[in-house]
Structures are given as structure tokens and as C-alpha cells.
Design a protein. Structure first.
Length: 245
């Protein structure tokens, strides 16, 4: 099984080298999507040998970085894509756990609320509230059984990527993913991962810093995803239980 670990990076000069050093222990094939970094991240990546790399000339957004990663994985015929962040919130040692879990499903997603871990840190109040509200809405509207709609630590089968048509370039990309996964009846599973907020004051930027506007944006993404034109799926490949663990 050929596995690619993709890491979206935007101004992560503080973390990128240590994260890559740890990821190398668990994934021989690594893709870094440098999403228009301006803080010296690109220069540090120039010193990293043996990685794949995609550079966006300007910052396009979190979702745009993952769209590039999805396309790269499909073009290079990888069987599984693991996606993780570069800010220290995701522990590379849990990559094998994701890969073990994907044997009987299409998408495995980390959840910071699935179970408790010794190293858990408190989530910022507004993020916890919005996550809970949006997760509950997704479960009620689309028949999923999620506990964390926003965790970016995921593993995707190639066949799952082929059934998605992700276009959301911003922070709401995971929500478009869940709507499309439900519509395509993909098999979804969550695994517990630690809840690590190393910098609880880190901001989204722009209007996203306002919780009410952020919540409204997320709901707009959900509504728009219901109208997405998706790749055709043969009946024989459908799973009858999109919310199964």
C-alpha cells in the first residue's frame, strides 16, 4: 500500500523542520504544500531532501492547499493519503493508527472529542462551541455520527478522493467534505487523537476571528455543498452505512 502524507504549510518556520523530522519516522513519502509562506518557511524547505513539494505563489487558503494535495495523490497513484497540520497539534506517531483504521472504511478522521488523553489541553471556548454546534448539525442533516467535524488529521483512500469534488478553499473545507462523503455514502470512521492547543490565542485571520461570522460562513459552506456536482458512483461501490464507525 503506497501512502502519502501531505502537510499544508503557511508561515510555519517555527515548526516545519521538527514536524518533518518526526513524520519521516512513519511515512517515507511526504508532500509539503507551501501555501504562499512569507516567513522563511520556503527557504527551510529548500534544505529538506527527499520530500515532494507544491508551492503556491500566494496564500490561497487551507482548503486550497488540501485540494492541491488531493490532486497530487491522485496523479501519482498513491493508495492512501494522510493529511495533517504543521502547527504541532497533530502527533505523527498516530499516522499508523490512521492507517490501521482505514482497512474497512473510506475516510478516517481524527477526533479531539472521541476520548480523553492525558496530554489534552482545553479548547478555546468559541471553537469548542462552534465545533459542537456544526458537528451536531452535520449529524442531524446528513446521517453521520461524528464527534469532531473540524479535525484536519485524516486518512483517505484513493477511491474516496475520486468520489469527491472539493472546491472550498478556506477553513470550511472539512464541512464540504462531510456533505460530499454523506452524499456519496462513503464509509467514515473516527479515531481519538489528543486535543493539543499549543497556542490558544492563534487567530484565523480577518472576519473569521469573529465567532458569529465564522459560524455563518460554516453554515453557508454546508448549504452550498448540497448543490455540488459530484463524480458518478456505481451502485456496486456504495456502502449502505455512511455513519458507521
Amino acid at each position: 500500500m503506497r501512502v502519502l502524507t501531505a502537510i499544508p504549510v503557511y508561515n510555519e518556520a517555527k515548526h516545519v523542520q521538527s514536524v518533518l523530522a518526526e513524520v519521516r519516522r512513519y511515512s517515507p513519502d511526504i508532500l509539503v504544500v507551501n501555501d504562499g509562506s512569507t516567513d522563511g518557511t520556503a527557504a527551510l524547505l529548500d534544505t529538506e531532501l527527499g520530500i515532494f513539494r507544491v508551492d503556491h505563489a500566494a496564500n490561497r487558503g487551507y482548503g486550497a492547499a488540501l485540494i492541491s494535495a488531493f490532486g497530487f495523490a491522485l496523479e501519482r497513484d498513491f493508495d492512501v493519503l494522510v493529511a495533517m497540520d504543521c502547527d504541532g497539534q497533530h502527533e505523527p506517531e498516530r499516522i499508523p493508527v490512521l492507517l490501521e483504521a482505514i482497512h474497512d472504511c473510506d475516510v478516517v478522521s481524527g477526533s479531539r472529542y472521541f476520548r480523553d488523553f492525558r496530554q489534552d489541553t482545553p479548547a478555546p471556548t468559541d471553537r469548542r462551541f462552534i465545533n459542537a454546534a456544526i458537528t451536531a448539525e452535520i449529524n442531524a442533516r446528513y446521517g453521520l455520527n461524528l464527534t469532531d467535524a473540524f479535525c484536519g488529521f485524516k486518512a483517505y483512500r484513493r477511491s474516496a478522493l475520486e468520489k469527491l469534488s472539493i472546491t472550498e478553499r478556506g477553513w470550511g473545507m472539512p464541512l464540504q467534505l462531510w456533505v460530499q462523503a454523506a452524499r456519496q455514502e462513503l464509509r467514515v470512521k473516527e479515531i481519538g487523537v489528543p486535543r493539543l492547543y499549543l497556542d490558544p490565542n492563534r487567530a484565523f485571520g480577518g472576519v473569521m476571528n469573529d465567532p458569529e461570522q465564522r459560524l455563518a460562513y460554516y453554515r453557508d459552506v454546508l448549504a452550498a455543498a448540497e448543490r455540488d456536482v459530484l463524480p458518478a458512483v456505481g451502485e456496486s461501490s456504495r456502502c449502505p452505512c455512511p455513519g458507521s464507525r
